[in-house]
Design a protein around this ligand. Structure first.
Ligand SMILES: [Ca+2]
Length: 377
């Protein structure tokens, strides 16, 4: 049934293409040779998508010289079956619109051939033209810190556009408080609880625009250390240029709720004009992938979700009517010990983020940067 409806639709479209109107007449039973050569404006199309972007811009092809005998246009694979599931083609008038949808694809290169064919009113194929379509799915959506060097070492941070930059160490930070070995960043401020020691880097320039919602997804693989009940902070500020900024402050490991390292929490600090809200428990003696998804609906309000190891159910899901204020225009990510009262000690394997969207684990399955796949992704 569906196929027949589709066929009738194509016939209708073809009438627009070849001016079917005009009175008919005839009744001849002969089958003259078809006229027209049926040309396409291109026989190859190329798309590029950076995961996990779900859509890319469509491209068009123009049909011409169909000739008077073409009564229908059909699109298929070269064997006459359905075209690739990641591709759609619609034809309106003399324009074919080709849309690639990489949302279900992993990083890689995908090639397919689409056949555009004209058919006579009796259903005989007249001409066909093939279009080679390539879709390259890349993973360069992410800003990546892989802990192969200190965060403030030159070139330690790969930005989403491929450029190499690095974090800055905060003023007052002590280089003795962090070290890197075997691809792991170790942070330890237990020598002086009052010290702050963190790395900071600005978000992409696009996040400075005063348009909402603003979105951020961060994934970090890290674990705690029994020498300190708190092991790391990840703070994100979302300031518009010249305006008061607000920040999401997350602290991993919070024994002040009475938990231990084997049964600890993370906290989202100073929200809704009050104190912290806490996640459900996890085991901070082992590495976990923490997945933070933030949506700012206004400069000072939004939602924060934190997922653990790719599980669909978040360990924290908080609607925030007011985040704590930061400095005017502050628009950056902070990693380390931002606390002037308590210590931090912990280890970080890697950290990646994107300002593209606030993704769920399912949306990121198979779409983390190469080499960063983990349990749950
Ligand atoms: Ca401190």
């Amino acid at each position: 049934m569906q196929g027949r409806i589709k066929h009738l639709l194509w016939v209708g479209l073809a009438c627009m293409l070849v001016a079917c109107g005009g009175g008919g007449g005839g009744g001849s039973s002969s089958t003259p040779a078809p006229n027209g050569t049926f040309d396409l404006s291109t026989t190859s199309l190329s798309f590029t998508a950076a995961t996990p972007i779900s859509t890319v811009a469509s491209q068009t092809i123009t049909l011409s010289n169909l000739g008077p005998d073409a009564a229908a246009i059909r699109v298929s694979s070269t064997s006459g079956g359905a075209i690739a599931s990641w591709l759609s083609v619609t034809i309106s008038g003399s324009t074919g619109t080709v849309t690639a949808n990489p949302s279900s694809l992993s990083v890689g290169t995908y090639n397919t051939v689409v056949r555009v064919a004209s058919f006579s009113s009796s259903g005989a194929q007249l001409f066909s033209r093939d279009v080679n379509v390539q879709l390259v799915v890349t993973s360069n959506l992410w800003s990546i810190y892989d802990a192969s060097a200190l965060p403030n070492a030159t070139g330690a941070l790969t930005q989403a556009n491929g450029s190499l930059t690095q974090f800055d160490l905060n003023t007052g930070g002590n280089s003795a408080y962090s070290s890197v070995a075997a691809g792991i960043l170790s942070l330890d401020t237990t020598a002086a609880a009052g010290d702050q020691h963190f790395f900071v880097t600005p978000f992409a320039a696009t996040n400075t625009a005063a348009t909402y919602p603003k979105k951020l997804t961060i994934l970090a693989r890290l674990k705690g250390d029994a020498a300190s009940d708190r092991f790391l902070d990840i703070n994100s500020s979302f300031g518009d240029t010249g305006a008061t900024a607000y920040k999401a402050q997350i602290t991993f490991g919070s024994s002040f709720t009475g938990s231990s390292l084997t049964n600890t929490k993370l906290s989202l600090n100073n929200v809704n004009g009050g104190g912290a809200v806490y996640s459900s428990n996890f085991d901070a003696t082992n590495y976990h992938v923490f997945h933070i998804a933030i949506t700012m609906n206004t400069p000072s309000s939004g939602t924060v979700l934190v997922y653990l190891d790719g599980n669909a159910t978040p360990i924290l899901n908080q609607t925030v009517s007011s985040f704590p204020a930061a400095a005017v225009g502050e628009n950056n990510l902070r990693l380390g010990d931002t606390d002037s009262t308590y210590t931090r000690k912990g280890s970080l394997d890697w950290l990646v983020w994107t300002n593209s969207d606030a993704y769920t684990p399912a949306q990121l399955s198979g779409k983390l940067p190469a080499g960063f796949t983990s349990t749950g992704y």
